[in-house]
Design a protein around this ligand. Sequence first.
Ligand SMILES: Nc1ncnc2c1ncn2[C@@H]1O[C@H](COP(=O)(O)OP(=O)(O)OP(=O)(O)O)[C@@H](O)[C@H]1O
Ligand code: SF4
Ligand SMILES: [Mg+2]
Length: 361
Amino acid sequence: MSLLDVRNLTVTYAGGAAAVRGVDLRLEAGRKLGLAGESGCGKSTLALALLRLLPAGARITGEVLLDGEDVLAMKWGRVRAVRWAGASVVFQGAMHSLNAVHRIGDQIAEPIVLHRKATAAGARKKAGDLLEQVGLPAARAGAYPHELSGGQRQRVMIAMALACHPRLIIADEPTTALDVMIQAQILRLIEQLVADQDLGLIMISHDLAVLADTCDRLAVMYAGRVVEEGPAQQVYEDARHPYARALSAAFPRIGDPASRFAPQGLAGDPPDPAALPSGCTFHPRCPVALESCAEEDPALRAAGPERRAACVLVGPPGAEAPAERATAEPATGEALREPGARGEGSAGEPEALEEARPSTP
Ligand SMILES: Nc1ncnc2c1ncn2[C@@H]1O[C@H](COP(=O)(O)OP(=O)(O)OP(=O)(O)O)[C@@H](O)[C@H]1O
Ligand code: SF4
Ligand SMILES: [Mg+2]
């Protein structure tokens, strides 16, 4: 059984924005999954949905199986317990997530008392141990958040996330606000903790290079859907989906000065989730779109061993090409094909927030 098995997850915000659309993902214990994509593609919404932290009025359907138990079908008492002991989230911008008027040691100790039934003294001791585990002296437990640097605060957030021994950590842009040296330290720390404690990690970032370096697998989202998924380095180095390729090309490569001085961008903006384009939602920006792409919305399909991509140009060798393919750049279309691929379709917020989950269809 997988640690996390997300099935056909869909989130629609109160105003009608379809922020996550039919996402399937799996994660095993001890593995790291990176989630990438442009701003607004639904990464944080997906992360919040996994622990039912969405604002009231958001509609969520599908299944989120954590160790086989569906988080979306749980009673609220169970959800609260799972938020600490099953899975916990590290958000971007630790200053806003920490309580400014409480000492950090007390903030780390609080869930240990509540969810692990520890004594106050036992929880304080554990808080000191956790601080040391994330590379801070236990004596810093008496500090207030404003007395720490940004990197130290982010370490405190990680210590808090580990407080109740969760099986899964969801890190949403954990290093975005930090300088590169501290960013590297925090990333190595997270990697170390995942390896030592056999945790599962979902790391969210718009930075494909960071994710490729840190994670085992990479999922690229566009307009609320996963459009490519596979081994992290392969997706980063040799993406199959035109959007994933464009995203990857936007990052300079180490050892390739040319890419550093001429990073390629992608014209246009991501679509408004309340008014998505027809067919493949990427078609208005896709450099190799076919005429049929305005009507056909391809499901994820095999794109090589352990790889999937949602593009009509990704398919098995020798399969009949769509009639319009003749109009596309032949070299580009062929470059997307994977020899041997099968062409099968496959596919710490308060609880005052999301309560209104309709029954799963
Ligand atoms: N509370 C909300 N109510 C309505 N729409 C929302 C809400 N939160 C997010 N959205 C919309 O849902 C879409 C996905 O937002 P989300 O925050 O998940 O994106 P993201 O990929 O995390 O972006 P970023 O990289 O900027 O953090 C966006 O179009 C956003 O405007
Ligand atoms: S399905 Fe068509 S529009 Fe979408 S990514 Fe593939 S080629 Fe481009
Ligand atoms: Mg986000």
